[in-house]
Write a protein that binds this ligand. Structure first.
Ligand SMILES: [Zn+2]
Length: 144
């Protein structure tokens, strides 16, 4: 079985890319390479390439990972807030629904693009998928 190694520092011909700054630039909707160009052409669709440095950006494979992260983040925020309010105040079921449902929707919509940008930045920094300079192929079953 081929060993998979992630991270620029362990790639012999590649210089290490710092993960945290790349994720931060992605979080801000900027190109993870230069931090100047836009990362997104529309709400969740990345641009083909950075208009400042030319880094190709549409080779990421973020897939559903940003949505999973948003669910975890929003779940922790809303459940913590719900339990805090519930223990301090006595609200009706209607008041709870009027409070937590919109908060959940607003937080989810607000966080999805920044979280996807951070995931794309992480994939770029770690040379994952199309950012590794080679064609990204789907893994097949070993016996297929
Ligand atoms: Zn760029």
């Amino acid at each position: 079985m081929e060993q998979q190694v992630f991270g620029g520092e362990s790639q012999s011909l590649r210089h290490a890319r710092l993960v945290a700054p790349a994720m931060w630039r992605g979080l801000l909707g900027r190109c993870p390479h230069c931090g100047e160009g836009r990362l997104f052409g529309s709400w969740l669709k990345t641009v083909h390439a950075c208009d400042h440095c030319g880094q190709v950006l549409d080779q990421h494979r973020a897939d559903d990972f940003p949505a999973y992260l948003v669910i975890v983040i929003v779940g922790h925020i809303v459940v913590t807030a719900f339990l805090s309010v519930e223990s301090a105040y006595e609200l009706s079921m209607t008041a709870h629904l009027a409070l937590w449902v919109p908060l959940t929707v607003i937080l989810s919509v607000a966080l999805l693009q920044p979280v996807k940008g951070a995931v794309v930045g992480m994939q770029w920094a770690l040379y994952m998928h199309g950012f590794g300079g080679h064609e990204d192929t789907l893994d097949t079953h070993p016996e297929a």
